[in-house]
Design a binder for this molecule. Sequence first.
Ligand code: ADP
Ligand code: MG
Length: 592
Amino acid sequence: MSQHTHSFQAEVAQLLHLVTHSLYSNPEIFLRELVSNASDACDKLRFAALGDASLYGDQPNLEVRLSFDAAAKTLTITDTGIGMSEQEAIDHLGTIAKSGTKAFMEQLSGDQKSDAQLIGQFGVGFYSGFIVADKITVESRRAGLSEAQGVRWTSTGTGDFVTETITRTQRGTSVTLHLREDQQEFLNAWKLKQLVSKYSDHISLPILMEKEEWKEGANEGEPGGMVKTGEWETVNKASALWTRAKKDISAEQYREFYKSISHDHEDPLAWAHNRVEGNSEYTQLLYIPAKAPFDLYTRDKHAGVKLYVKRVFIMDDAEALLPQYLRFVKGVIDSADLPLNVSRELLQESRDVRLIRDGSVKRVLSMLEDLARHDKHDAAADADGNADNVTDVVSEEDKAKEGKYTRFYAEFGPVLKEGLGEDFANRERIAKLLRFASTTSDAPTVGFADYKARMKEGQEAIYYITADTLAAAKNSPQLEVFKKKGIEVLLMTDRVDEWALNYLQDFDGTPLQSVAKGAVDLGKLQDEDEKKATEEAAEAFKPLLAKLKEALKDKAEDVRVTARLVDSPACLVVQDGDMSSQLARMLKQAGQ
Ligand code: ADP
Ligand code: MG
């Protein structure tokens, strides 16, 4: 039989070096990664078989088996999933395949110790096996291929791997780990069951292990031991987490599930799990992450919601299920109404999807509102009438929410703002969730509602200024008169602010007014004397203004006397309705 030696892709070699030369804080995660691959492989087969039922052959069961051989020091994970052809084994196990591992590589710091810790939390997919094994053998047969078209893949986790064609009677994949000397604790049924319930309970397939029973020593005085019985039992719950009743799911299980679907190693900030009945029937389990992924702003933005139809996995990244501005949300939606053969194109037009999408947006916004309400420093929630009754007792649950909205906003605030332009129907709710720095707060904690609650007697607009940095905003001469009169001005420094605010003319009936536009009308805030002084000055300086206008005729449209300055002699403003200078600069940078 001919063997072929292949080199790992450079990135894989680099990763394997890290995996095999570091200390591991959490070696057991290899099992989570390999079981999740086995489960993915079964999902893929179930999906492919929707179009071609013959792929099941004579083995209709989809399952995962865990077994070990104490004498040989091996642990094997076997699935009846889609399997791999030889070429697929070369491609998928020799190069960095997908999201999970890539996300990990993105976060590497170069410091071996902290990177090793990261592996423990994160997992590096298939390669996690080398944390505990010094050799891995994979045997596989792709569904639909003949027995003679099996493949064996072997590697010791150094520079290269070997493949050869084998005969394999069974469809699917077996991954055999030859455990390192110091990792023999995994040759233990009790230990393995414990890990399955910790990491893989939510997997919807049965995970089977061979039953063992106690056997006395054959002769008097010989020690007894556990022996295998040849009978297999299911050791996980084997029902998808979201299909279970809320009361049967612990917070720990919700968190583990989040980590398994998100490739995030941090706990989520919040989640919502609901069964929706009515016009459209579906289950949603949606999470708000605590940290933005590295690719939140890249062009091909990925949505994080997985679509299932009647518990059958259909697709990752179903972007039709949530609008772009909620692309940070992770989770699962399981529809009872959509056809199993639904395509991305069909999703875009489906009425059911529209209902799911509307329902999911509402759910996410209420989660955020709930976090905002309990964010301690958040006066906005108090002001809009949703506040809890003031009591001395704060429930543990509410206490746990403190500070979470601030964390959320620091990570995802700019993305949420995109919603002003994208989601007309929910604009008011989104606007309430926004927070800004202001002339009274350097930290972005001021909501429009806080601002309104503090408005001066006679003040008729919400004033804001946009700038590149907080320092530039704070020191703008356009703020002078507002400072003098003690009027708060919101300071907007996100790149998206200017664009987003175009879509928000007013908040709760109060117009928004940029202090950098036109002749700011302070309305009732300007007293009679000031108005008169300005008018007199305008009269007195008429000849000078005319000269200035003539001198600047290519550069300025108008030159006028203003009451908005206190210390500075002059400032530039744009016409009402024109682009602000900030937006103009942004477009120029973007090459327009
Ligand atoms: P990921 O699961 O994020 O794609 P992994 O490193 O865990 O990355 O796995 C790499 C690839 O190897 C998978 O995408 C899949 O194509 C293939 N693979 C791994 N395990 C199996 C398996 N048990 N059956 C079929 N294919 C597998
Ligand atoms: Mg994987």
